[in-house]
Design a protein around this ligand. Structure first.
Ligand SMILES: NC(=O)c1ccc[n+]([C@@H]2O[C@H](COP(=O)([O-])OP(=O)(O)OC[C@H]3O[C@@H](n4cnc5c(N)ncnc54)[C@H](OP(=O)(O)O)[C@@H]3O)[C@@H](O)[C@H]2O)c1
Length: 254
């Protein structure tokens, strides 16, 4: 309930800024935010079907520094838009034989999964004067040993390290802030379109979003530390198994 996310816990509670909120997990997080009375502003590159009609949508490519800076300036000149929550969900998948991946493909993925986050954090953090709750959507791929996901896993591991290190500055600059790093396994979303995967036993984004908001709630209550990590491991039946804390990288099995 909203009482646990009251202003007494430090962060501004009335609005959330959700990058990647036009689809998949970001969209589910935005819907859950609306249900909690925390008004979401969602950001994507284009209009997507299914976005909540009553959520304000902004358009910016996280890889474009000028676009992100312009968006932040626009939001800053509206002082009523105090964001207590920043979600970074954009991500791109890349799988396969490294010999068949182009430089452009790998850099394009790194741009969204890593440099986009760096870009968004730089400009959002400059704008903020009050504490906030940062939620970064990583992946179990950050620590899984997967032969065909060298670049994707590396992009998520880099993101994790960046966010963990950034957390020190966040709490030093704006005491009372919190960071949640989320590592989901396979979820049903547009992420998999055209890739030929059977996603029928993949996890439901609405369920994962609801679990993420529970963790945010637990951090606000002090049940978890100001920096917390959570993993939603996909079970064979498509349900998540929740594991808390950072994970060591798996060692190669052969
Ligand atoms: N789905 C899975 O099985 C799975 C598993 C583990 C981890 N993850 C991670 O979970 C996150 C969310 O995945 P999802 O399944 O929800 O994916 P999704 O349905 O493809 O949604 C991605 C969202 O990010 C936005 N986005 C992508 N590139 C962007 C850019 N350059 N600038 C601004 N917005 C951008 C998309 O909107 P536009 O395209 O309109 O810009 C969309 O709103 C990703 O980081 C992914 O790596 C997913």
């Amino acid at each position: 309930m909203l009482t646990a996310l009251s202003p007494s816990v430090g962060v501004e509670t009335m609005r959330s800024l959700i990058f990647g909120g036009t689809s998949g997990l970001g969209l589910s997080l935005a819907k859950a935010s609306l249900e909690k009375g925390i008004e979401p502003v969602i950001v994507g590159r284009r209009v997507r079907p299914g976005a909540p009609m009553d959520a304000r949508t902004e358009f910016a490519d996280v890889c474009n520094e000028v676009a992100v800076a312009t968006l932040m300036n626009k939001l800053t000149v509206q002082p009523s838009l105090g964001f207590g929550y920043l979600f970074y969900t954009p991500g791109m998948f890349l799988k396969g034989d490294v010999r068949e991946q182009s430089d452009q493909q790998v850099r394009g993925m790194m741009d969204i999964n890593f440099f986009g986050l760096v870009n968004v954090l730089r400009h959002f953090h400059r704008m903020k004067k009050k504490p906030y709750h940062l939620v970064a959507i990583s992946s179990t791929a950050a620590w899984r040993d997967v032969a065909t996901e060298a670049a994707y896993g590396a992009s998520k591991a880099a993101m994790d390290r960046y966010v963990r290190n950034f957390h020190h500055q966040l709490v030093a600059d704006l005491p009372g802030s919190r960071t949640l790093i989320v590592h989901p396994g396979g979820m049903k979303s547009r992420f998999w379109d055209g890739r030929g995967f059977d996603t029928t036993r993949f996890m439901d984004t609405d369920l994962i979003a609801s679990l993420i908001w529970d963790e945010i709630h637990a951090q606000a209550l002090g049940t978890h530390d100001a920096l917390h990590e959570v993993h939603y491991i996909r079970q064979p039946d498509g349900t998540p198994r929740t594991v808390h804390g950072p994970n060591l990288p798996e060692l190669p099995r052969s």
